[in-house]
Design a protein around this ligand. Sequence first.
Ligand code: ATP
Length: 793
Amino acid sequence: MPRTAYLNPSGMTTPALAAKKTDRPIGNSPECVKDYIHHIKSYMRDVCCSMRGGMGMESHYVDAHLVQRKLLIKSGKNANKCLEKELVVLSDSERKKAKLDRSQLFHNSDSKPKQSVALLGKAGAGKTTFIQRLCLDWASGSLRQFQFVFLLNCKILDLTKSTYSLKGLLFDLSMSPRCEDSDSMFKHILSCPDEVLIIFDSFDHIKDFEGLLQSPAKSHTNTKYTIKQLFSGLFQKEILSGCTLLIATRPKDVLNQVLRKMDSLLELCGFSPEDIELYTSKYFGDASLQENALKQIKTDRYIFSLCSNPLLCWTTCFLLEHQESCNDLPSTLTDLYQRATSKHLQLASLENSSLCKNRKQLDIPQLCKMAWEGFKNHDTHVNPGSSTELLGCALKSGILASYKTSEGQENHFADLFTQNLLSAVHLVQSKQVNEKMVVANSVVHQKKRKVQGESQDVLQRFVTGLVFQKASDGVSILDSSVNIKAKRKAVETHLESMKPNDLVPARLLELFHCVYETSSAKFAKLLLKNLPDNLSFYGTQLCPSDVYVICHLLRYASTLKRTFSINLQDACIPISGLKELVGLKCIKAFWAHTADTIGLWEDLHQSNDELNLKSAIEKFTLHPFKATEGYHIESLPVLVQIHREKKLPMRYSITFVFHDYKNKPSGIFRDWNLSKVPVSVFSVSLLGVQNGPELFPKLVEVLPSLQSLQHLDLEKNQIGDSGAEKLAGVLHFLECLKLLNVAFNKFTDLGATKLGAALKNCTGMKSLELWNDCIPYGVFEHLRLQDPRIRSL
Ligand SMILES: Nc1ncnc2c1ncn2[C@@H]1O[C@H](COP(=O)(O)OP(=O)(O)OP(=O)(O)O)[C@@H](O)[C@H]1O
């Protein structure tokens, strides 16, 4: 495989391509327009035809899938906080159904036009590659709805200056070849805005998002604006109204105000297990190498889980290609990246000894310092004043990538993982960095604000991994002559003082990762000792390597004789991951998306895994059942149906562990094959000032099947008269209902009277709390006199 240091997505250049960016005469005739389009296309075909490492797009690209995501409409003080929490949670099967491929990117499945599309994905998920592929599609004749495609790389845009016009943005800052008669071409573009696609790649590099949508550019003449104003003008249709915008970005909370207004949110899924195999076989052309590599990757479950991230898959293949075949695969992320980075540097120095002296003589600490300076400023850019020799070697190795900008050449760290590894090396071995600083950037911090999100998580893992690395661990990127004992001790003390009990789910996950990176049984046991009995990963999207790491560490539970319950609600966990976690002996109860739970049972049933099926049924719990989203309610009848029809699992009746109202455990059904036991939901709370109106009708439909329901809490759900009437119509089904609390809703005396009347048929009911401001006091008193079970509060 050819190793090419110069990469070319979104403006990365090879010298040959830079030379091609020539002036061409152009007039305003259709012929000239055609000519220019032809020119852009041929340029794009050249620029976008290869991926990092010199691999051909046509030959090595794996068709990555997208998942269409939707937002819950929320308002209120938390509305801006976290996009992940605002996205409608999809079960594994829903994710499969919501899959789209590239050709459907701008497809309108509903009537809403998709004029603004966001492509979301973590670092290395393949956003830039996907966009390159898209541009190649366009250049090769697809995406015919667009006459023009302009690709902008936010990494290299100068966001501080306010000297740009729309024309300048499209013709000078995008990666399109220069157009000599850009005035005429721009005029043409203004006449057909709906045939223009503008792509902003690496959108998260626009660091300062404050007021992004304020003061949009309003004129497409030569008025000068900042890039942010131009984006805002395009987005808010003040300029070039009708054009289509595509932004590719890592999810970032600060971006939510923009993302929330996009017509379409698409998530790049990364590699499926089949994609990993396909990619590996494409990477290793030779059949025997292919077979060997695949075998190694597939048998190492940690590495296989990492490979669901395309960048990490590429890194793994690169390492396998170059390391001695007898060597084991790396066992941590730190190990993977230090081996890969060392190898890149070593190969570059071998390839070009005049440019790069041998690795030992290269000023690696300087490179690490540059990485750290960049990290601190949320920047991938490398200081142009650095030594040419060092830059040359780092470029040659692929650690840095070169981009052509309007003002010359710029060098950037090629990816987040490499930059963060080098930053971590700087922190760990530089004498200028004290222990406090290392601790601040290692292991999770209880309260500290996470400014850099994903990037900070990766840095923490690397710092922790490097600090605890044993000298005998094989390849080390650290300089063995530097004594890091004091730093290690400081991180150790911090790790020992951690209180996992107090951590929110996302931070708990990070702690698991940091402990994993230490490769130390001592820290693993310490973590397990201090974990709360009820683990919650609620609302944290768990990728395959997250699941692997959690499972790996939970295995230490048996030596400590600990058991846990685990909340996997809204964790978007694939069935395979659910199976692994639920299968652990130390997990005694779990709560996950009901559709996925049923998917898991089906999977176990189909593979005749009766033992695990039995235990997966026993472990399933609804604890306590608080419905905040539609699917919480929608899933209930399915469970009821399974229970009634004994469809799945065939021989067992479902046994749920429910907890009663106000979280007090109300006993566990352990009665197998008791077909007469009704599905035992004891308590339902519909929590939702926002979602109540949407969820309530769904709940009313389900209620008749919840015959064991004892408490129903529908306070503050904006239930009006028609809602109260519907509820009154189903109350007689709920023979066990003791307490209905419908206070603070919106029904008037009409609804209250209907509910009061329905109470006559509910002999088991002890209390109906129905007071609200819309019921005249006289009517309320009258109802209360008629039936003393009616109470104000
Ligand atoms: N669909 C794919 N097929 C083959 N290889 C891929 C694919 N997607 C990504 N890769 C590999 O993964 C590497 C990283 O992908 P890419 O740079 O596109 O990620 P990204 O999401 O843009 O990351 P970042 O957020 O850090 O910019 C690519 O250089 C390529 O080697």
